[in-house]
Ligand binder design. Sequence first.
Ligand code: UDP
Ligand code: MN
Length: 297
Amino acid sequence: MGVCPSAIMPLVRDNFTGVLRHWARPEVLTCTSWGAPIIWDGTFEPDVAQQEARRQNLTIGLTVFAVGRYLEKYLESFLKTAEQHFMVGQRVVYYVFTDRPAAVPGVELGPGRRLRVEPVAREPRWQDVSMARMRTLHEALAGRLGREADFVFCLDVDQRFVGDFGPEALADLVAQLHAWHYRWPRWLLPYERDRRSAAALRPGEGDFYYHAALFGGRVAALRALTAHCARGQRRDRERGVEALWHDESHLNQFLWRHKPTKLLSPEFCWAPEVGRRMEIRRPRLLWAPKEYALVRA
Ligand code: UDP
Ligand code: MN
């Protein structure tokens, strides 16, 4: 990335994060080359974000898919820990997409928080379950979800909250730096390279590698994102190709062309298996161990 832009661009701000305190984290990149803040622990004032979100009287949506065995394995701890940490003090509406609505666990919700269960079909392959999220989200964003939420976060279910995840993360288009790849040189990043796929990036393209387990933003931005990914996936299917990392490859394609307005540091969605890293101070979400043999069988 060359010189850290925070040295020449010290005053990045938005309504929610206020003035970003780059100086609090001199060891990490806190601003992209296009001027978007990269939120690390200590670079923002949680109270400023809280107040601004309340002033705007926001409703924040959180979507999660729990299809097949992912429901029993992950959904309850996902929802319980979200109640403790996700946008506490704000109006929140959970959208749980599942093939078995009756099996959704009853989780006690705090005031101003609601949960809606949306039925979806079960795709036979786990890759298709993962990719089908884009089209389902696209439709949901055009319906009730889009009408009742101002901002929406779309998360994988195989993780749990361990630290406060508040309105400092809000922005028009929010992308998550991938825990395994944030230190890698760009040429090594696992973008789709097969030009037959709609998700392909050429050598030299791509800014960061973003994790599909967490993205968010305003409804309009997410409508565009999900349309792009769903369209790309459909084209690939018609051509008989499948992108290397499925919906994540298409997400990275979109985010190369449409720059996110806020990036979340890997602290927001951390993989303990990566090991100890000095710059990871306070994780917000932790990936569950990958028990593919159990959930994907
Ligand atoms: N998912 C699901 N059932 C499946 C496969 C996937 O509910 O059979 C959903 C679930 O929310 C999961 C997400 O799709 O977290 C992405 O799949 P997964 O987490 O297995 O992908 P990975 O994080 O390993 O790339
Ligand atoms: Mn996952």
